[in-house]
Design a protein around this ligand. Structure first.
Ligand code: SF4
Length: 233
């Protein structure tokens, strides 16, 4: 089996795994090409910048200091069995395992579900807008399969909706909310779109990006629909 490919590392975070002190490993490779991607340097599989064994030795030094290791990307599950094997080794050190995922690999998620403790799953747009946003026609259906697989585990999660006004309007958010309810989702985070520093704001304006967050009726409706809604600005 080839080595896992790690393209980045954040050594300490309090915001990437709920209530846990964590670090984040960014794995290279992603099957999507989202219009707003802030990690374009991680999209193509190549040589990882970090030696996985040196990272593992460093993780050993974090035992007792950190509580969780979050696998992000790119899309960490694109590395399949290599990623799962590495997660398993990290978990055996005593860390909780978190995963930030776009849900593109439901079968891999199912295989890894015994060693992953929490996921943050991107629900990027309505089914109609997914291809334009992600460049992939099967991304929505795969994400929904991942959602159902994870919900069936009964483990903790957060479904994340990033509100890029080009792809998520207030009515889209209501439509997404209906889908989430129909699947039994209770924990949701609604994230304001923040343009990446390398782009030109993608023709969005602060007022456009604020629209959903300034809509008090929409906020109240979302807050009353789910057990937990985090408004992440
Ligand atoms: S899923 Fe994430 S890493 Fe992949 S293209 Fe979209 S924003 Fe970028």
């Amino acid at each position: 089996m080839r080595d896992i490919q790690i393209g980045g590392l954040v050594s300490f975070t309090t915001i990437d795994y709920p209530t846990k002190l964590a670090c984040v490993l960014f794995l290279v490779g992603c099957p999507l090409r989202c219009a707003y991607c802030s990690n374009p340097h991680l999209l193509c599989v190549g040589d990882g910048e970090y030696d996985p064994e040196r990272v593992f030795e460093w993780l050993k030094s974090r035992v007792g200091k950190l509580e969780a290791v979050v696998f992000s990307g790119g899309e960490a599950l694109m590395q399949g069995d290599a990623a799962i094997a590495y997660m398993r080794r990290v978990r055996e050190l005593g860390f909780k395992i978190g995963l930030h995922t776009n849900g593109f690999y439901p079968d891999t998620l199912a295989r890894a579900s015994d060693i992953i403790d929490w996921i943050g799953l991107d629900f990027k747009a309505t089914r109609e807008k997914y291809p334009d946003l992600t460049g992939q026609h099967i991304a929505y259906d795969n994400m929904i399969r991942s959602l159902d697989i994870w919900l069936a585990t009964g483990k903790d999660y957060e479904v994340r909706i990033t509100c890029d006004p080009r792809f998520v309007t207030p009515s889209d958010l209501m439509a997404i909310s209906d889908v989430l309810v129909s699947h039994g989702v209770e924990w949701v985070a609604i994230q304001k779109y923040i343009p990446h520093f390398e782009d030109d704001e993608h023709k969005t304006t602060p007022a456009m990006r604020d629209a959903i967050f300034a809509d008090t009726q929409l906020r109240a409706k979302m807050n009353s629909t789910f057990k937990s809604v985090i408004w992440r600005e």
